[in-house]
Ligand binder design. Structure first.
Ligand SMILES: CC(C)(COP(=O)(O)OP(=O)(O)OC[C@H]1O[C@@H](n2cnc3c(N)ncnc32)[C@H](O)[C@@H]1OP(=O)(O)O)[C@@H](O)C(=O)NCCC(=O)NCCS
Length: 263
């Protein structure tokens, strides 16, 4: 039964009537998905029969992430075979310039405007945030494609990787506080400013409150996103068991907003 997120999701699509929610993945997983997360219908497209859409996803992922964009075999083996990518589709004319030019679509042809892939993990209910991008700025498109994709796969917890100075921190805190987990297992191309966080998705009312930026303002430490010594020390403490989190909105004027939970 749709819960607290449903009216917010409906309001998002009412304000953006040209967007629709779709998924691209292997047919075998369809019975495991919720194809109406927060009451929003998802059109599932079989990856086996939609090679052109997969190619479009590959192009946009590589444009969004540059040198660390997804290689084709990883898209097949680690995205489309084990799971499903959540997509917001829209007429190509709505995409911002580099994406629009790269895809060479006619104005009214359907394009991927924003996409989210979260990978299943060995721990039941825990998914790993792998790729989130949007070429539809100023609409909250990435926070909605992320929230609805997590609903579609029935995630209870999300672990993700991001950078202190990435504008995406504001997007991630639309789903609630980001508990600091530590450094990236195996390292990262941007190691010095990258961290792992966890979001608890079990309480839908809490997620809805964060989506609406309705969370109570809580006192938080403000640490410059460039103070890598102080931020690295936070990760040391998180790895040692301290309960530290980025509180919504996560970033403000070049600072991250950090709170320590006691007890
Ligand atoms: C990060 C990204 C997904 C955001 O896309 P989007 O949802 O279309 O972005 P929006 O314009 O709706 O903005 C989302 C939030 O980020 C903030 N933001 C966006 N661009 C920003 C910038 N350059 N500097 C600071 N904040 C910015 C917005 O103010 C908004 O905050 P709010 O939710 O508190 O209002 C998109 O820029 C992207 O695809 N980046 C490249 C790939 C990437 O880094 N992905 C994240 C990996 S962790």
């Amino acid at each position: 039964m749709p819960g607290e997120l449903a009216p917010l999701a409906q309001a998002f699509f009412a304000a953006n009537p040209e967007l629709s929610l779709q998924a691209l993945g292997s047919g075998v997983h369809v019975p495991s998905l919720d194809l109406a997360p927060s009451g929003i219908p998802v059109t599932h497209l079989l990856a086996e029969h939609n090679a052109e859409l997969a190619r479009q996803y590959l192009t946009l992922n590589q444009l969004a992430f540059g040198g660390i964009g997804v290689p084709r075999w990883v898209l097949s083996d680690l995205y489309l075979l084990p799971g499903a990518i959540g997509l917001l589709r829209c007429p190509a004319r709505l995409l911002k310039a580099p994406a629009r030019e790269r895809l060479l679509l006619a104005d009214e042809e359907l394009a991927i405007g924003a996409a989210c892939y979260v990978a299943p993990s060995l721990t039941p209910g825990l998914f790993v945030g792998v790729s989130l991008f949007s070429f539809l700025p100023g609409r909250g498109a990435s926070s909605w494609v992320k929230t609805l994709t997590l609903g579609m796969v029935r995630a209870k917890f999300l672990r993700g990787v991001t950078q202190w100075d990435n504008p995406a921190v504001r997007v991630h805190t639309r789903l609630g506080p980001m508990r600091l987990v530590g450094r990236v297992p195996g390292g990262h191309d941007y190691d010095e400013r990258t961290f792992v966080y966890e979001t608890d998705l079990r309480d839908e009312a809490r997620v809805a409150q964060a989506m609406a930026r309705g969370e109570e303002q809580v006192p938080a430490m403000r640490i410059p996103v460039t103070d890598l010594a102080a931020l690295g020390a936070l990760l040391d403490r998180a790895e040692a068991g301290a309960r530290l989190e980025l509180v919504p909105p996560g970033q403000d004027a070049g600072h991250v907003l950090v709170r320590e939970l006691r007890g």
